[in-house]
Design a protein around this ligand. Structure first.
Ligand code: LMR
Length: 349
């Protein structure tokens, strides 16, 4: 009997719910509310980064917003969160996966939790110069790396450049032994940590937003970064000896959430892809100019000593860092490292 009563109550419940729904639709029609299933709201792209708005990446993000809102007006809207104002890079990757962000462009060193192959870019002295790095990034293998996080829900859209990493220290250093015992702020890269341990430097991974405070307080007495980032944080005020080692290059991957990208209307996605290609070319051209200007500004500040190592000194750094390649070869993939080697000259690519 109780069972029948329970069933009756459930049926009544559904009837009430159905009536309420019909009533709501009727009211909506009478009141003239549109009962559109599709939203007329533009699609929102939230783009977070950690650097200044005048850096190559900062300008790229602003340009992306400008072009999207010109060409996809009313369809797509972009909000840019610069200078780690909402997320540091490690949080940005999580926020992207959680659907709190749609775009970010973290340094290639910051993808450690989601891609092993991307750590190739942190191997010291693997790429001889920026041209070598670009040839590899544009090669079939480089494009493969761009796709390496698809299964984890992240789509790589493009590589964005910054510039060669410069070592900034509180004490003058020409060869590795000069840094023995120093404490360095590094990006969260196992490869970079291993590189510094090899020369008895203590690596401390911390976000870029802490880089200046870490130098001011003396928590660290060394860092490495591209000229544009050193100048924007005025690191030379505290770490005035700047070694141009060109051991690695600060480069980014512009990323989105795979599911977000796949769900976009096809025409919108096509236009966004065109805009990404256009902005990428602009950022990569700007990166050269901005880093040259930042280097000149640091040199003109009167506070810095720029050290260009002699070829013997450079050989000493290369020898000291050499074991890193072997240590990470299996994890990154030996064939990928070989491919990177093949991009050293234009003809061999
Ligand atoms: C850093 O953490 O030093 C850089 O990756 C910051 C950036 O985005 O250039």
């Amino acid at each position: 009997m109780n069972r029948i009563r329970g069933q009756f109550r459930r049926q009544k419940g559904w009837q009430h719910f159905g009536l309420a729904l019909c009533g709501w639709f009727l009211c909506a029609i009478v009141a003239g509310f549109p009962i559109a299933v599709e939203s007329a709201e533009p699609i929102l792209i939230r783009f977070s980064h950690v650097v200044s708005e005048s850096s190559p990446k900062g300008v790229g993000a602003k340009r992306f917003k400008e072009l999207v809102e010109q060409r996809l007006a009313g369809k797509v809207r972009v909000e840019v969160y610069p200078g780690a104002s909402r997320y540091d890079d490690d949080r940005a990757i999580l926020a992207l996966l959680l659907g709190e962000l749609e775009m970010a462009a973290p340094s290639l060193s910051k993808f450690r939790p989601v891609s092993k192959s991307l750590q190739i870019f942190d191997i010291p002295f693997l790429f001889q110069d920026l041209a070598h790095l670009k040839r590899f990034q544009e090669s079939a293998s480089g494009k493969q790396v761009l796709k390496s996080m698809e299964a984890r829900g992240i789509r790589g859209l493009a590589y964005w450049d910054n510039g060669p990493r410069v070592i900034a220290t509180a004490r003058p250093a020409r060869v590795p032994i000069d840094l023995k015992g120093a404490v360095f702020r590094i990006e969260p890269s196992d490869v970079t940590a291993a590189q510094y341990r090899l020369i008895d430097v203590v690596p401390l991974a911390m976000p870029f937003s802490r880089a200046r405070d870490a130098a001011i307080t003396g928590l660290v007495n060394g860092q490495e970064n591209a000229w544009s980032n050193i100048a924007s944080k005025r690191l030379q005020d505290y770490l005035p000896h700047l070694i141009e080692l060109d051991h690695t290059f600060l480069s980014y991957m512009l990323v989105t959430r795979t599911s977000f990208w796949n769900d976009l209307p096809a025409d919108v996605r096509r236009e966004l892809e065109n805009i990404v290609a256009e902005v990428t070319a602009e950022v990569n051209r700007l990166a050269l100019e901005k880093n040259a200007a930042a280097r000149a500004a640091v040199a003109a500040s009167g506070k810095a000593q720029i050290i260009e190592p002699s070829s013997e000194q450079k050989s000493a750094w290369q020898a000291a860092f050499a074991p890193v390649r072997e240590e990470f070869a299996d994890m990154i993939g030996r064939s990928l490292i070989e491919e990177a080697g093949k991009s050293a000259t234009p003809s061999s690519n």
